[in-house]
Design a protein around this ligand. Sequence first.
Ligand code: GLC
Length: 734
Amino acid sequence: MNLTQEQKDRVESILAQMTLEEKIGQVNLESPSIVGGFDVPFEELIEMMTDGRISQEEFGQIMATSTRDYHEDDIRAGRVGAMMGDDPVKANELQKIALEESRLGIPLLMGFDVIHGLRTVYPIAIAEAGSFDDDLFERTAHMAAEESRAHGITWNFAPMIDVARDSRWGRVSEGPGEDPRLGARFARAKIRGLQNDQSSKEKYVAACMKHYVAYGACESGRDYNTTMMSNSMLHNVYLQTFRAAVEEGAASAMASFNDLNGVPCTVNPYTLRTVLKDGYGMNGFVVSDANGIKECVTHGIARDDEDAGVQAMNAGLDMDMGTHIYKDYLRKAVEEGRVSMAVLDDAVRRILNVKMWLGLFENPYVPEESIAEYADRDVPQAHSDLALEAAEKSIVLLKNEESLLPLQPDTKISLVGSLADSRTEIIGAWAMSWQERDCVSIRQGLEKRGANVKYFACGGPEGDLNKEEIEEAAQWGDVIVAVLGELDSMSGEASSKADITLPGKQRKLLKKLLKTGKKVVLVLMNGRPLALGWEDENVPAILEGWHLGVRMGDAVAEVLLGEKVPEGKLSSSFPAVNGIEPLYYNHPSTGRPGSKSKFTSRYLDAPFAALYPFGYGLSYTTFSYSDLTVKEQKDCLEISVKVANTGEREGTETVQLYMQDVTASLVRPVKELKDYRKITLAAGAQETVQFTLPKQDMGFFNNDAQYVLEDGLFRIFAGGNSRDCLEAEICIAF
Ligand code: GLC
């Protein structure tokens, strides 16, 4: 995030005029307090929904009728730096109070969770990352920025760029998967898409890279759980996406809930100051996650709220989300010298930097025409079409025996599973501002294309199976397309699962469908990798559809009917059975690499290798790889590999380049993704794909957080996934 000297000078001039009270106001992020409309405290209401005493629908109805306190008086008094919300009319009202009624007229940051689209929701990140399409990552983020600004949002709590290797964690759905390199390129593209189009203030927002840091390494895949790792692991794996985002100019970061090596990230001076601000040079600010400062008392690192607040501010946590601890205790802490004015000034300066960079001091208002554009209307067609493109590119073909897919024209399709008829479960976790009117179910997608399809619910992620419907489905269609998977609520925050097989009675439903003797195509709608060993053994065709957003129905129908050739790959490994997470491809060798031999790193009762590995995905055509060559140049390796389309249809392949540092001062992964390139080849065509691997990119961080390049033997791999690769060796002396 770059400011002009004039902007920097203006920030300093404002800072110099601020009272201690006004400075403390800037580090306070408020959200509209839910008041009235029901007779229990809001927290109790949340608990009632969580334990099922009220349904999500009932909760939504109560929320719709409740009133909200937007803290207008606090804004007037300069005690609020930022507010959460996605209502453009309310945002304009609050900005007007801040600009015209507070003493210094400092505008508000309006923040909101826009993780994979606001109104036009596109695929969840774990899916979109599988497109391996950096340009797409950027374009969808740009669309989200435009829609955010039109709704008065100037600060998106995105991108979520937590590397995650344990699919029991529900938040794997929100991030770019298990690999730091794919994650870093995803992060860069998202920052560019959110922040870089400054052609008008309606086109860019401040990003908030989250959750800083290593939240995805929560022990046992249990959300909010402790994280413990070597410094080399932290730097080589979990920091890579954040370092990339800072290099692209990320305007802010959100500290994560987890304790890391004994110090919660909310109060961790090593990660916040040493690494992020001093090391990476981030000139934006860090906000806590919801309630994060207060939870440091529960972590056991702070005696009480006040102590937590003092630790957090001194550690480099610039803004308090939702606890009022800064608002309540910072004055006393500064007056008593436990927080220096310089530390507080640095936090306020960072926040003012972002507001200045956003142009909010000139004009923080949402133009009336922007408000009208979205008010009770369909999303812009261009946005809807981009969501479709993203969905098409994120679908992964996992299995296709006897080329059952694409379905032949006029095939009678028995469409089974309640998810197939849903226009809401296609959206995925962490999307709050979409409208069902913009959504296309899989059933609609097939019907609007004139497919000969009949829908039979039969069952779903919850509840019982309907035997009659199963029998009817089996009798009616030539082929059964079963859409099975997870509800949105089964992934995302606070949605860790110990059992990551198909939830409910869906496997039982599959067994019944297979027993009928009809061919079955399994279409998955899920937010995390699932344990699919049984399905892989018994179902002839499997399509990974994830939660693809508003146009999921069209994209899946296009692939099923052959209008589109699937090109997605997996951004995360899929296990065969439960119990073998965390599971990832870029693991160390160990002294006894897993094999069929007893005394090796394996299980007695389960396969240790991934069922479907990182980078895996089939097409309606086939590709072959040959002639891998590696040439050393002064500062790089020049690598080339020949790829041929050996099938009958044009297809798009993601050619992946991996590397292994075979012998080093720390054990290194057996493979690390270094680069990837998408190519489209006509049937029978071939192309030689060239990669340049800078020698500088062949090193790693040691436990002193030093980046080292070590002479020795390296293996270079190229292929269409992380398992099936061509291999070459080369010795390098740096
Ligand atoms: C949540 C999430 C975070 C989100 C924040 C604000 O607890 O952890 O991702 O941005 O609160 O909604």
